[in-house]
Design a protein around this ligand. Structure first.
Ligand code: M6R
Length: 362
């Protein structure tokens, strides 16, 4: 079943170009138009609420950037365990969207039930079509990732992102923010992703070498800005889960508000920084780290590395990617860093201690 891979996680990481391609074919027609249910009309909405746990929550955190920038739609996000007990007021003209690989996570399900009577529409973005959330939500959208066995979520994360990106594009069209031409350009950008992901998978051996050093670390920091900020959080979660190394993700701009105190030679700092609008800002944060002898692993593209590689400990070069969708591509090195570091430490990658694949009790 592992198809020759050492772990399910390795197989599931490697499958991503193929499953993302499948998901794309489900949600994007060959002519570039979006294949989503008619009833999903975002035009009159005042707010969208996104709720999930763990990695699925970080997918929501990326999607907030997309709904805001591509559709000018106000978005609230929350982790389900907080949301359900806060009993938040919800505007009448709002929808609530729940993201869950399993469709069974207890807190997310409770949040869905809380919203059922209070919002216009509940939507479940799930991987398991027969799940409780799929049944109970007004509308269920499958992410088409196929069965995910590894406890650490990988392909479900990128397929969640893809599904949310398509929804954000639909919202952008419905709300008159995106023109037909804008939509076509974004659709092309999404369709380029499987090919770019294949290139990213080619970094696996380089990452395995870096992982020998990362495995020695006690603490690792991940930094990112804009939609790469939630990816920094996801990178840290992945590393903690399977290698048991303490890791934290921060918005690059938050560094000087506290975490910079942690920086010393023994602390690797992994920076996700495509050469985008915010690149120079991230680089200046990175230089603050290097000035304090932090060992920076810069994950960027050719332009970014050319501009900023000086003084870094290590570099990973990804292909250029359309700015909004960079987190979908940068997820792969984040996953591979966690995977190879765990392998170097010899931990149980597919069944990490204390964790369950599906958290059906709160
Ligand atoms: O099945 P769900 O997507 O609702 O699960 C949510 C989290 O439990 C899950 O993403 C967890 O954080 C993973 N182990 C992350 O790798």
């Amino acid at each position: 079943e592992k198809a020759g891979y050492k772990h399910f996680m390795a197989k599931e990481i490697a499958e991503q170009p193929a499953v993302l391609g499948d998901a794309l074919r489900h949600y994007l027609r060959p002519d570039g138009s979006l294949n989503l249910p008619e009833e999903l009309d975002f035009s009159g909405l005042d707010r969208l609420t996104l709720v999930a746990c763990g990695t699925a929550y970080y997918a929501c955190a990326v999607a907030k950037y997309w709904f805001e920038s591509l559709a000018r739609l106000p978005v609230e996000i929350d982790v389900a365990s907080e949301f359900r007990y806060r009993e938040p007021p919800l505007p009448a003209k709002s929808w609530a969207l729940f993201v869950s690989q399993s469709g069974e996570t207890a807190d997310t399900l409770a949040a869905l039930r809380y919203c059922a009577e209070r919002v216009e529409k509940t939507v479940a973005v799930i991987n398991v079509p027969s799940s409780t959330m799929a049944r109970e939500a007004d509308l269920a959208l499958p992410i088409h990732a196929g069965v995910e066995v590894g406890v650490a979520s990988t392909k479900a994360f990128t397929c969640q992102l893809l599904t949310l990106a398509v929804l954000a594009l639909k919202a952008g069209r419905d709300r008159g923010v995106l023109s037909e031409a804008d939509l076509a350009a974004h659709a092309d950008a999404l369709r380029a992703l499987p090919g770019l992901m294949n290139t990213a998978l080619g970094l696996s051996d380089d990452i395995a070498r870096l992982a020998e050093s990362l495995a020695e670390a006690q603490d690792v920091l991940f930094l990112g800005r804009g939609p790469l900020y939630p990816l920094a959080l996801e990178g840290a979660l992945k590393l903690k889960e399977i290698s048991y190394i303490h890791a934290e993700g921060y918005a690059s701009g938050e560094l000087k508000h506290g975490p910079i105190a942690l920086i010393e030679r023994s602390v690797p700092v992994i920076v996700f920084a495509p050469h985008d609008r915010l690149f120079d800002k991230t680089v200046s944060n990175m230089q603050e780290v290097m000035a304090r002898h932090g060992q920076v692993l810069l994950v960027s593209d050719a332009k970014g590395l050319q501009a900023a590689e000086q003084g870094t400990w290590a570099r990973l070069k990804l292909p250029e990617v359309a700015e909004p969708f960079a987190p979908i591509l940068y997820a792969l090195p984040a996953q591979l860093i966690a995977y190879h570091t765990a392998c170097a430490k010899g931990t149980d990658v597919d069944q990490p201690r204390n964790l369950a694949k599906s958290v059906t009790v709160e």
